[in-house]
Design a protein around this ligand. Structure first.
Ligand SMILES: [Cu+2]
Length: 116
């Protein structure tokens, strides 16, 4: 009986993890949002922006590895060097609705922008 309950809990957890869990999204209400580059993740990594509004992303890189030193916005033709421990602003033009990805050069860091 105990084993069955444990198995059930495990199944529920797996279902939740793979199908129900959605990464937290950060809605941008200001004109600028700060993104930290550290420990293999952009923080926040999933950003929701309003359409047709120019927004600045303020990157602060705390990861010294060269891999993290460039942020690339695929599809927007933006590529920006990020100095270590110093804010670097990337200005996004007003965007149409859609999903835009941003990554480091080797795509170990991954982020997404959802324009709505
Ligand atoms: Cu990388």
């Amino acid at each position: 009986m105990f084993i069955n309950l444990l198995g059930l809990a495990l199944i529920i957890f797996i279902v939740w993890w793979f199908w129900l869990y959605k990464p937290e999204k950060t809605k941008v209400l200001d004109d600028e949002i700060t993104i930290t580059v550290e420990n293999g993740v952009y923080q926040p990594a999933n950003i929701t922006l309003p359409a047709n509004k120019a927004v600045s992303l303020r990157f602060i890189r705390k990861d010294a590895s060269p891999c993290a030193s460039t942020v690339v916005f695929d599809g927007l033709e933006i590529s920006q060097e990020l100095p270590l421990n110093k804010a670097q602003v990337v200005s996004l033009p007003p965007l149409e609705r859609g999903e835009y990805a941003f990554t480091c050069q080797m795509q170990m860091y991954k982020g997404s922008i959802s324009v709505q």
